[in-house]
Design a protein around this ligand. Structure first.
Ligand code: UDP
Ligand code: MG
Length: 337
């Protein structure tokens, strides 16, 4: 085996939003797997993203009995991307692995991810071998999305890769330097680069509860992805506008010449009205696209934090570093921000 450092720390980052029902199964399955990885310590950074159920109470209970579990409680629901950012910011690990709480990302894959990391990969991507566990609609829209995104954007995001991956500390530090508020994590993960290895896996169905991503939320995520990584939708209006102006010019010339030859032709109400409405519509669409970008510039310019932490629940330990197998002294609620 490689000569890795005995004190390597692995951070699992888990965003949780109303996952009270899935929690028990999650820890029961994840902890033994993490314990089985040789020569590592681990911490599980749980980010409670403003859950309305008993997620926080259950998490604090787990943190109380297991010093390797830390809880970051956000002030409200900021969305998965922000919760993930919070967890990544708070993680101490030499390698960081974001994972969903619903066990759709199989924790059994973690030892393989770690192995590839020890072999030298800076990023180890878990790629879904198939989308069999998804509905037909989700499969079709996901495939269409990747195609559109990768066609519009210079930055290609790998298909069927979620947030489940392993990142070395240097990658995490690079990621932490990206200040944007609109965080399309898949895109940001891809943007930072580094040497990458892909490991295929089968995605399971949710172990409890239901998906928090409705069609509308997914649509907004898709818009976020495209506007964050491409200005082609903006620029395309220049070309579309030029093309329509050229057509309009040709048509104008034709009308002028025809009027000079055949005289004034009064009828034409229908064609004038339909052209008027058509171009009105085209202009509004253009304005809408511009608006999407301006709205995002406005959000970025306000410079608000991506998330706010209400409390941190973790053991207080002699050395202060919040991971490892230290003795439980007390459970404290840390406050910051
Ligand atoms: N999640 C979150 N905040 C949200 C929505 C989701 O932290 O506003 C978490 C959720 O608890 C889960 C992960 O993000 O751990 C993935 O969510 P979900 O399973 O609903 O998404 P899907 O698997 O359907 O894409
Ligand atoms: Mg899920």
């Amino acid at each position: 085996m490689a000569d890795y450092d005995e004190t390597q720390l692995l951070s699992l980052v888990v965003p949780l939003y109303n996952e009270g029902d899935a929690l028990h199964a999650f820890f029961a399955r994840v902890v033994p797997i993490l314990e089985s990885i040789p020569a590592t310590r681990f911490e599980i950074v749980c980010v409670n993203d403003g859950s309305a159920d008993d997620t926080l109470a259950k998490l604090v209970g787990v943190a109380r009995s297991d010093g390797r579990v830390r809880v970051i409680d956000l002030t409200r629901n900021f969305g998965k991307e922000a919760a993930l950012t919070a967890g990544i910011d708070e993680a101490f690990g030499d390698a960081v692995i974001p994972i969903d709480a619903d066990l759709q990302d199989p924790p059994e894959l973690i030892p393989t991810l770690v192995e590839k990391w020890r072999e030298g990969a800076e990023v180890v991507l878990a790629q879904r071998a198939s989308r069999a566990s998804d509905s037909l609609l989700k499969r079709v829209t996901a495939a269409a999305y990747y195609r559109v995104h990768n066609c519009l954007s210079d930055l290609k995001i790998p298909e069927n890769v979620g947030d489940f991956r392993l990142m070395d500390r240097i990658v995490v530090n690079a990621l932490k330097q990206l200040p944007e508020r609109h965080r399309f994590m898949k895109g940001l993960f891809a943007w930072v680069g580094f040497s990458t290895v892909i490991v295929p896996y089968e995605r399971e169905s949710r172990c409890a509860g239901e998906s928090k991503f409705s069609g509308w939320r997914l649509w907004n995520l898709a818009l976020e992805g495209i506007t964050s990584f491409s200005t082609l939708p903006l620029r395309s209006w220049t070309y579309l506008g030029s093309f329509i102006a050229m057509l309009a010019f040709c048509y104008g010339m034709y009308i002028v010449v025809r009027t000079m030859i055949l005289g004034v032709d009064v009828p034409g109400y229908a064609s004038v009205l339909s052209l008027l409405l058509f171009f009105g519509g085209v202009q509004l669409i253009g304005l809408g696209v511009v608006g999407e970008y301006i709205g995002r510039i406005y959000d970025e310019s306000k410079g608000r934090p991506i998330y706010l932490v209400k409390r941190r629940y973790q053991e207080r330990r002699p050395q202060g570093r919040a991971a490892g197998n230290g003795r439980i002294i007390s459970l404290v609620a840390g406050k910051r921000n």
